[in-house]
Structures are given as C-alpha cells and as structure tokens.
Design a protein around this ligand. Structure first.
Ligand code: KIV
Length: 254
C-alpha cells in the first residue's frame, strides 16, 4: 500500500516510527522501496553524493527534477518527497511557487521540503500550502546556509534552542505536514516532537523524534565521509572495489 501523508500523521499518534532514507537514482530507489522504507527523500545532498560537489549550493532545480524522475520510476509504495534547491525558493514566494509547481508537474513527488523557519519563509510556506502543495519543514542545521552557520550542531544555547522551538511552532501554524530536525540536541528534538502535532523526522537529533532519516550513501558506506551520527550498515565501497578489481583481473588473464 502506498504511504500517504495522512498515514504519517496516524503513525505519529500510534507512535510507530517512520523510516526514511534519501535516494538519487532508479536502482537504489527500487531497492529502498522493496526493503520497506516509508519515505524516500530526493535530498539536495545529491549535490555531493551523486554529482561530486563540495556542498548542496550548486545543485539546480533541473538537477533535482531529473533525479526525482528517476527515483519516482523506482518507487511503488514509499512517499516521495523532493527538496527545493538553494535559491529556487528564497528570493520570493512567487519563485517558490513556480519551483514547487515544476516539481509537481514534472515528477511523482507527493511533497516538497524546504529549509528555514524565519518569518519570510513561514509566509512562503503558508502560501504554498494554501494552493495545495504539501510542505515538509527543515530546521536546525540547514545545509543551504553552510557559509553562515557551518555544519555545527544548532540549538545548543538556551536562546538557540528557543529560536528553533519558536520556528517549529510557526511552521506548524503555516501548515507543514512534517518537520525535519537536523543536528540539534536530543532533548530539544524530543521537546519539539512532544509539542507539535505533525511528525518530526530526525537526522543527528537523537531517538526522540517520530522518525529517522539518513543519507543512503552514508548508510551503505558509499560516501568518503560520514557525519558522526550516521551509522554505516554496509561497506559498499569495499564490496564494489573488490568486485571491480576481480573483474579487471579476470579480463586481463583471459
Ligand atoms: O538533502 C538531504 O539529504 C537532507 C538530509 C537532511 C536528509 O535534507
């Protein structure tokens, strides 16, 4: 049965944890779906793990759409969410609307995710929701702001924690269907999860969230570097290197 946004809400009430992962291509998306992942995010981290950039900033809306189309073709049941990339939604609400519109017209996405909980972004999200676009919020460490905040844990000071709490409530009030909490203290993530009526999906935010997400390349050991909170469940770099070495050896010894 395809997972719906309404289902995520029910799972929060039933305290059933949501298992989410990222995908960048058809083959991996198909495997994630077959393995029973609830939510697949075409995250803008594909800039690094699929396109080889240093951070998420260079990825374009066309890149996101091309990858989301491929991922969508591999998915039968998981809920497909797509990130809006840097500067495709921050300049104006009109631009956010056009970017989100392209995602919905050109892919099978059931929702979009965008970063930030400051007042202008809250207003943009309110407008997107008004026209029928399901939005997942994203607060805490927001990688599109890397040059301002770095990759540090956010919400560590009492003022910082208060600000993230305030942004989370404002985003809920604007109509988000779920909230991604990235790299914030477990206590704060648990507090937000208990306070807001929509599911929280954590990454580096402890075990108190309604669900968890990781970057699939980190989980499978395909990336050169993993953040400390990302548990590696396989070492595909070694598996692939060994297999390819064996192939080269076989070809050369024919
Ligand atoms: O782009 C991404 O991979 C993300 C992570 C926080 C899951 O947004």
């Amino acid at each position: 049965m395809p997972v719906t946004i309404a289902q995520l809400q029910k799972w929060k009430q039933q305290k059933k944890s949501i298992a989410a992962l990222t995908a960048t291509d058809y083959a991996i998306a198909k495997l994630l779906d077959k393995a029973g992942v609830d939510l697949v995010l075409v995250g803008d981290s594909l800039a690094m793990v699929a396109l080889g950039y240093k951070n998420t900033l260079p990825v374009t809306l066309d890149d996101m759409i091309r990858h989301a189309q491929a991922v969508g073709r591999g998915i039968e049941n998981a809920l497909l969410i797509v990130d809006l990339p840097f500067l495709s939604y921050q300049v104006s609400t009109e631009e956010a609307m056009r970017s989100a519109g392209r995602i919905f017209k050109e892919t099978d996405a059931k929702g979009i995710k965008l970063e930030g909980g400051y007042p202008e972004m809250v207003e943009t999200i309110r407008r997107l929701v008004q026209v029928g676009i399901p939005v997942m919020g994203h607060v805490g460490l927001t990688p599109q702001s890397v040059h301002r905040i770095g990759y540090r844990v956010q919400g560590v000071t009492p003022e910082g924690a208060q600000e993230i709490l305030h942004q989370s409530k404002a985003l809920v009030e604007a109509g988000i269907f779920a909230l991604l909490l990235e790299n914030i203290p477990e206590k704060l993530a648990t507090q937000i999860t208990e306070l807001i009526p929509v599911p929280t999906i954590g990454i580096g935010a402890g075990t108190g969230c309604d669900g968890q997400i990781l970057v699939t390349h980190d989980v499978l050991g395909l990336s050169d570097w993993q953040p400390p909170f990302a548990r590696k469940y396989a070492d595909l770099q070694s598996t692939i290197t060994d297999a390819v070495k064996q192939y080269c050896q076989d070809v050369r010894s024919q």
